[in-house]
Design a binder for this molecule. Structure first.
Ligand SMILES: [Zn+2]
Length: 347
Protein backbone atom coordinates (compact mmCIF):
# COMPACT_ATOMS: atom_id res chain seq x y z
CA UNK A 1 0.00 0.00 0.00
CA UNK A 2 1.23 3.48 -0.76
CA UNK A 3 0.49 4.43 2.82
CA UNK A 4 3.16 1.92 3.94
CA UNK A 5 5.87 3.62 1.88
CA UNK A 6 8.02 6.23 3.61
CA UNK A 7 8.08 9.90 2.62
CA UNK A 8 7.21 11.72 -0.62
CA UNK A 9 3.58 12.16 0.38
CA UNK A 10 2.70 14.49 -2.49
CA UNK A 11 4.05 12.03 -5.04
CA UNK A 12 2.08 9.29 -3.33
CA UNK A 13 -1.10 11.30 -3.63
CA UNK A 14 -0.43 12.10 -7.28
CA UNK A 15 0.09 8.45 -8.23
CA UNK A 16 -2.94 7.25 -6.28
CA UNK A 17 -5.12 9.85 -7.91
CA UNK A 18 -3.84 9.10 -11.43
CA UNK A 19 -4.49 5.38 -10.97
CA UNK A 20 -7.87 5.90 -9.34
CA UNK A 21 -9.03 8.19 -12.13
CA UNK A 22 -7.68 5.81 -14.76
CA UNK A 23 -5.35 8.49 -16.08
CA UNK A 24 -1.95 6.95 -15.36
CA UNK A 25 0.30 7.86 -18.32
CA UNK A 26 1.76 4.94 -20.24
CA UNK A 27 5.32 6.26 -20.26
CA UNK A 28 6.63 7.46 -16.93
CA UNK A 29 9.98 8.68 -15.67
CA UNK A 30 10.57 8.50 -11.91
CA UNK A 31 13.31 10.96 -10.97
CA UNK A 32 14.92 11.48 -7.57
CA UNK A 33 17.98 10.85 -5.39
CA UNK A 34 19.25 7.33 -4.63
CA UNK A 35 17.62 5.37 -1.85
CA UNK A 36 14.36 7.33 -1.51
CA UNK A 37 12.17 4.41 -2.62
CA UNK A 38 11.52 5.18 -6.31
CA UNK A 39 11.52 1.53 -7.31
CA UNK A 40 9.21 0.63 -4.41
CA UNK A 41 6.82 3.32 -5.61
CA UNK A 42 6.98 1.85 -9.12
CA UNK A 43 6.16 -1.63 -7.82
CA UNK A 44 3.33 -0.21 -5.71
CA UNK A 45 1.98 1.53 -8.81
CA UNK A 46 1.77 -1.84 -10.56
CA UNK A 47 0.23 -3.46 -7.50
CA UNK A 48 -2.47 -0.82 -7.27
CA UNK A 49 -3.25 -1.09 -10.98
CA UNK A 50 -3.54 -4.86 -10.73
CA UNK A 51 -5.32 -5.27 -7.36
CA UNK A 52 -8.67 -7.04 -7.57
CA UNK A 53 -10.19 -5.52 -4.47
CA UNK A 54 -8.76 -2.05 -3.97
CA UNK A 55 -9.49 -0.36 -0.69
CA UNK A 56 -10.34 3.20 -1.72
CA UNK A 57 -7.48 4.10 -4.05
CA UNK A 58 -5.01 1.71 -2.40
CA UNK A 59 -4.03 -1.86 -3.28
CA UNK A 60 -5.42 -4.25 -0.68
CA UNK A 61 -2.02 -5.90 -0.16
CA UNK A 62 -3.54 -9.33 0.54
CA UNK A 63 -5.24 -10.61 -2.62
CA UNK A 64 -3.35 -13.16 -4.70
CA UNK A 65 -2.45 -10.52 -7.29
CA UNK A 66 -1.04 -8.13 -4.65
CA UNK A 67 1.06 -10.84 -3.02
CA UNK A 68 2.51 -12.14 -6.27
CA UNK A 69 3.11 -8.72 -7.80
CA UNK A 70 5.25 -7.76 -4.83
CA UNK A 71 7.35 -10.93 -5.02
CA UNK A 72 10.40 -10.52 -7.23
CA UNK A 73 13.81 -12.14 -6.90
CA UNK A 74 16.39 -10.28 -8.98
CA UNK A 75 18.58 -12.61 -11.06
CA UNK A 76 21.96 -13.50 -9.60
CA UNK A 77 23.37 -15.16 -12.71
CA UNK A 78 26.77 -14.05 -14.06
CA UNK A 79 25.86 -15.00 -17.64
CA UNK A 80 25.29 -12.11 -20.00
CA UNK A 81 22.60 -14.00 -21.92
CA UNK A 82 20.41 -14.05 -18.81
CA UNK A 83 20.13 -10.27 -19.00
CA UNK A 84 18.95 -10.15 -22.59
CA UNK A 85 15.38 -10.67 -21.50
CA UNK A 86 12.70 -9.37 -19.14
CA UNK A 87 12.58 -10.73 -15.60
CA UNK A 88 9.09 -11.10 -14.23
CA UNK A 89 7.78 -10.94 -10.72
CA UNK A 90 5.52 -13.81 -9.68
CA UNK A 91 2.84 -11.91 -11.53
CA UNK A 92 3.56 -12.25 -15.27
CA UNK A 93 2.19 -8.77 -15.88
CA UNK A 94 4.99 -7.02 -13.97
CA UNK A 95 8.38 -7.23 -15.68
CA UNK A 96 11.79 -5.74 -14.93
CA UNK A 97 14.74 -4.88 -17.11
CA UNK A 98 17.83 -5.71 -15.05
CA UNK A 99 21.28 -4.36 -16.01
CA UNK A 100 24.24 -6.65 -16.65
CA UNK A 101 27.43 -5.24 -15.09
CA UNK A 102 26.07 -1.71 -15.00
CA UNK A 103 24.79 -1.91 -18.59
CA UNK A 104 21.24 -2.28 -19.77
CA UNK A 105 21.55 -4.52 -22.81
CA UNK A 106 19.88 -3.46 -26.03
CA UNK A 107 18.57 -7.02 -26.43
CA UNK A 108 16.58 -6.67 -23.20
CA UNK A 109 15.00 -3.48 -24.51
CA UNK A 110 14.10 -5.26 -27.77
CA UNK A 111 12.35 -7.98 -25.76
CA UNK A 112 10.58 -5.26 -23.79
CA UNK A 113 9.38 -3.77 -27.06
CA UNK A 114 7.82 -7.13 -28.01
CA UNK A 115 6.35 -7.84 -24.58
CA UNK A 116 4.84 -4.38 -24.39
CA UNK A 117 2.58 -5.31 -27.29
CA UNK A 118 1.10 -8.38 -25.63
CA UNK A 119 -2.21 -8.23 -23.84
CA UNK A 120 -2.12 -8.61 -20.08
CA UNK A 121 -2.30 -12.21 -18.82
CA UNK A 122 -4.56 -11.63 -15.88
CA UNK A 123 -4.31 -8.04 -14.70
CA UNK A 124 -6.04 -5.12 -16.43
CA UNK A 125 -2.63 -3.83 -17.55
CA UNK A 126 1.06 -4.71 -17.86
CA UNK A 127 3.85 -2.76 -16.20
CA UNK A 128 7.54 -2.79 -17.09
CA UNK A 129 10.06 -1.21 -14.75
CA UNK A 130 13.47 -0.13 -16.00
CA UNK A 131 15.41 0.67 -12.84
CA UNK A 132 18.63 2.71 -13.24
CA UNK A 133 17.42 3.63 -16.71
CA UNK A 134 20.50 5.85 -17.08
CA UNK A 135 22.46 2.61 -17.60
CA UNK A 136 20.98 2.33 -21.11
CA UNK A 137 23.53 3.19 -23.76
CA UNK A 138 22.36 5.15 -26.81
CA UNK A 139 21.50 1.99 -28.75
CA UNK A 140 19.28 0.72 -25.94
CA UNK A 141 17.68 4.13 -25.42
CA UNK A 142 16.98 4.49 -29.12
CA UNK A 143 15.43 1.04 -29.22
CA UNK A 144 13.03 2.13 -26.50
CA UNK A 145 11.94 5.39 -28.13
CA UNK A 146 9.25 3.97 -30.36
CA UNK A 147 7.60 2.02 -27.54
CA UNK A 148 7.69 5.07 -25.31
CA UNK A 149 6.14 7.18 -28.01
CA UNK A 150 3.17 4.93 -28.71
CA UNK A 151 2.79 2.37 -25.98
CA UNK A 152 -0.23 0.07 -26.21
CA UNK A 153 -3.03 1.36 -23.97
CA UNK A 154 -2.69 -1.51 -21.52
CA UNK A 155 1.08 -1.13 -21.07
CA UNK A 156 2.85 1.19 -18.66
CA UNK A 157 6.59 1.64 -18.82
CA UNK A 158 8.23 3.16 -15.76
CA UNK A 159 11.82 4.36 -16.13
CA UNK A 160 13.55 5.00 -12.81
CA UNK A 161 16.66 7.13 -12.44
CA UNK A 162 18.74 9.19 -10.04
CA UNK A 163 20.77 10.65 -12.93
CA UNK A 164 18.17 12.16 -15.27
CA UNK A 165 20.77 14.35 -16.99
CA UNK A 166 22.37 11.23 -18.46
CA UNK A 167 19.17 10.23 -20.30
CA UNK A 168 18.62 11.40 -23.87
CA UNK A 169 16.33 14.43 -24.26
CA UNK A 170 14.18 12.28 -26.57
CA UNK A 171 13.52 9.94 -23.63
CA UNK A 172 12.60 12.85 -21.37
CA UNK A 173 10.21 14.35 -23.87
CA UNK A 174 8.28 11.11 -24.28
CA UNK A 175 7.67 10.48 -20.59
CA UNK A 176 5.61 12.10 -17.91
CA UNK A 177 7.97 12.92 -15.06
CA UNK A 178 7.26 12.07 -11.45
CA UNK A 179 9.67 13.71 -9.01
CA UNK A 180 10.90 12.33 -5.69
CA UNK A 181 12.55 14.32 -2.92
CA UNK A 182 14.94 13.20 -0.18
CA UNK A 183 12.93 11.63 2.63
CA UNK A 184 12.47 13.74 5.75
CA UNK A 185 14.75 12.90 8.58
CA UNK A 186 11.93 12.38 11.08
CA UNK A 187 10.23 9.88 8.76
CA UNK A 188 13.45 7.89 8.36
CA UNK A 189 14.02 7.96 12.11
CA UNK A 190 10.53 6.62 12.78
CA UNK A 191 10.96 3.88 10.18
CA UNK A 192 14.31 2.75 11.63
CA UNK A 193 12.84 2.50 15.13
CA UNK A 194 9.58 0.83 14.17
CA UNK A 195 10.61 -1.46 11.34
CA UNK A 196 14.32 -2.03 11.77
CA UNK A 197 14.70 -2.26 15.56
CA UNK A 198 17.17 0.64 15.82
CA UNK A 199 17.42 2.25 19.26
CA UNK A 200 16.33 5.91 19.44
CA UNK A 201 19.93 7.10 19.59
CA UNK A 202 21.04 4.96 16.68
CA UNK A 203 18.02 5.96 14.59
CA UNK A 204 18.65 9.62 15.20
CA UNK A 205 22.26 9.35 14.12
CA UNK A 206 21.60 7.13 11.08
CA UNK A 207 18.69 9.28 9.89
CA UNK A 208 20.81 12.41 10.29
CA UNK A 209 23.77 11.27 8.26
CA UNK A 210 21.77 9.43 5.57
CA UNK A 211 21.04 12.65 3.65
CA UNK A 212 17.41 11.73 3.03
CA UNK A 213 18.12 8.24 1.72
CA UNK A 214 16.31 5.36 3.42
CA UNK A 215 18.50 2.96 1.48
CA UNK A 216 21.62 4.49 3.00
CA UNK A 217 20.12 4.80 6.49
CA UNK A 218 19.32 1.10 6.83
CA UNK A 219 22.84 0.18 5.77
CA UNK A 220 24.55 2.34 8.36
CA UNK A 221 26.20 0.31 11.08
CA UNK A 222 26.06 2.83 13.89
CA UNK A 223 28.97 1.34 15.85
CA UNK A 224 31.18 1.34 12.78
CA UNK A 225 30.03 4.86 11.91
CA UNK A 226 31.04 6.15 15.33
CA UNK A 227 34.50 4.59 14.88
CA UNK A 228 34.96 6.33 11.55
CA UNK A 229 33.65 9.53 13.01
CA UNK A 230 36.20 9.36 15.84
CA UNK A 231 38.95 9.18 13.23
CA UNK A 232 37.48 12.09 11.24
CA UNK A 233 37.38 14.14 14.44
CA UNK A 234 41.09 13.41 14.95
CA UNK A 235 41.74 14.76 11.46
CA UNK A 236 39.97 18.02 12.26
CA UNK A 237 41.63 18.35 15.64
CA UNK A 238 45.11 17.81 14.17
CA UNK A 239 44.48 20.20 11.27
CA UNK A 240 42.65 22.98 13.10
CA UNK A 241 43.83 22.99 16.68
CA UNK A 242 47.13 21.13 17.02
CA UNK A 243 48.54 21.89 13.55
CA UNK A 244 50.10 18.44 13.83
CA UNK A 245 51.11 17.33 10.34
CA UNK A 246 52.78 14.15 11.55
CA UNK A 247 49.53 13.05 13.18
CA UNK A 248 47.65 13.75 9.96
CA UNK A 249 50.04 11.65 7.89
CA UNK A 250 49.66 8.84 10.40
CA UNK A 251 45.87 8.91 10.05
CA UNK A 252 46.27 8.93 6.28
CA UNK A 253 48.38 5.80 6.60
CA UNK A 254 45.73 4.19 8.79
CA UNK A 255 43.00 4.94 6.25
CA UNK A 256 45.01 3.33 3.49
CA UNK A 257 46.33 0.26 5.31
CA UNK A 258 45.11 -3.21 4.38
CA UNK A 259 42.58 -3.28 7.21
CA UNK A 260 40.78 -0.10 6.17
CA UNK A 261 41.35 0.05 2.41
CA UNK A 262 37.91 -1.35 1.57
CA UNK A 263 36.29 1.33 3.69
CA UNK A 264 38.20 4.20 2.15
CA UNK A 265 35.17 5.72 0.46
CA UNK A 266 32.99 5.24 3.53
CA UNK A 267 35.61 6.96 5.67
CA UNK A 268 35.79 9.81 3.21
CA UNK A 269 31.99 10.09 3.35
CA UNK A 270 32.08 10.30 7.15
CA UNK A 271 34.82 12.94 7.04
CA UNK A 272 32.63 14.88 4.65
CA UNK A 273 29.61 14.66 6.97
CA UNK A 274 31.70 15.90 9.90
CA UNK A 275 33.17 18.82 7.92
CA UNK A 276 29.70 19.64 6.62
CA UNK A 277 28.33 19.94 10.15
CA UNK A 278 31.28 22.10 11.25
CA UNK A 279 30.82 24.28 8.19
CA UNK A 280 27.12 24.67 8.97
CA UNK A 281 27.89 25.73 12.53
CA UNK A 282 30.41 28.25 11.19
CA UNK A 283 27.57 29.58 9.01
CA UNK A 284 25.41 30.04 12.10
CA UNK A 285 23.12 27.00 11.80
CA UNK A 286 21.58 25.89 15.12
CA UNK A 287 23.03 22.78 16.73
CA UNK A 288 19.65 21.00 16.66
CA UNK A 289 19.75 21.10 12.86
CA UNK A 290 23.07 19.32 12.51
CA UNK A 291 23.23 16.00 10.69
CA UNK A 292 24.74 14.59 13.87
CA UNK A 293 23.62 16.69 16.86
CA UNK A 294 25.23 14.36 19.44
CA UNK A 295 28.61 15.83 18.40
CA UNK A 296 27.52 19.46 18.70
CA UNK A 297 29.98 20.44 21.46
CA UNK A 298 33.03 19.07 19.68
CA UNK A 299 31.98 20.54 16.35
CA UNK A 300 31.33 23.97 17.88
CA UNK A 301 34.92 24.05 19.10
CA UNK A 302 36.12 23.31 15.58
CA UNK A 303 33.77 25.85 14.02
CA UNK A 304 35.28 28.60 16.19
CA UNK A 305 38.74 27.96 14.74
CA UNK A 306 38.17 29.21 11.19
CA UNK A 307 35.80 31.06 8.89
CA UNK A 308 33.04 29.21 7.05
CA UNK A 309 34.86 29.77 3.75
CA UNK A 310 37.74 27.57 4.87
CA UNK A 311 35.41 24.67 5.67
CA UNK A 312 33.67 25.18 2.35
CA UNK A 313 37.07 24.81 0.65
CA UNK A 314 37.64 21.55 2.49
CA UNK A 315 34.30 20.24 1.24
CA UNK A 316 35.42 21.10 -2.29
CA UNK A 317 38.73 19.26 -1.77
CA UNK A 318 36.95 16.18 -0.41
CA UNK A 319 34.57 16.20 -3.36
CA UNK A 320 37.52 16.44 -5.78
CA UNK A 321 39.17 13.46 -4.13
CA UNK A 322 35.93 11.50 -4.33
CA UNK A 323 35.66 12.20 -8.05
CA UNK A 324 39.29 11.25 -8.58
CA UNK A 325 38.60 7.80 -7.07
CA UNK A 326 36.88 6.69 -10.26
CA UNK A 327 40.20 6.95 -12.09
CA UNK A 328 43.10 4.96 -10.75
CA UNK A 329 44.77 7.40 -8.38
CA UNK A 330 47.23 6.69 -5.59
CA UNK A 331 44.89 7.07 -2.65
CA UNK A 332 47.61 7.44 -0.05
CA UNK A 333 49.24 10.34 -1.90
CA UNK A 334 45.84 11.95 -2.50
CA UNK A 335 44.86 11.60 1.18
CA UNK A 336 48.20 13.08 2.34
CA UNK A 337 47.64 15.99 0.03
CA UNK A 338 44.05 16.52 1.24
CA UNK A 339 45.07 16.49 4.91
CA UNK A 340 48.06 18.79 4.40
CA UNK A 341 45.85 21.23 2.50
CA UNK A 342 43.43 21.12 5.43
CA UNK A 343 46.25 21.94 7.83
CA UNK A 344 47.72 24.62 5.58
CA UNK A 345 45.37 27.40 6.64
CA UNK A 346 46.35 26.94 10.31
CA UNK A 347 47.46 30.28 11.66
ZN1 LIG B 1 -5.02 -6.64 -3.79
Amino acid sequence: MFSRLIGNDVTKLTLRRLIHQDRLPNSLLFIGPDGVGKKQFAIETARTLFCRQRVGDEACGVCSSCVRTGTFSPPTSEKKDDYKRIHFSENPDLGFVVPFKRNILVDAIRVLELEANFNPYEAPARVFIVDDADLMNDAAANALLKTLEEPPVTTHIILVTSRPDVLLPTIHSRCQKIHFAPVERKAIEKYLIEERAFSHDEARLAAGVAHGSIGRAVEIDVGEYRGMRERAVRVLRSALIDGDRAALLKISEELNDAKNADNFEANLGVLESVVRDVWRLACGVETAKLLDPEMADTYLRFAEQAAAARFAEWLGEIEDLRKALSVNINKKVATDSLFLTMAAGKR
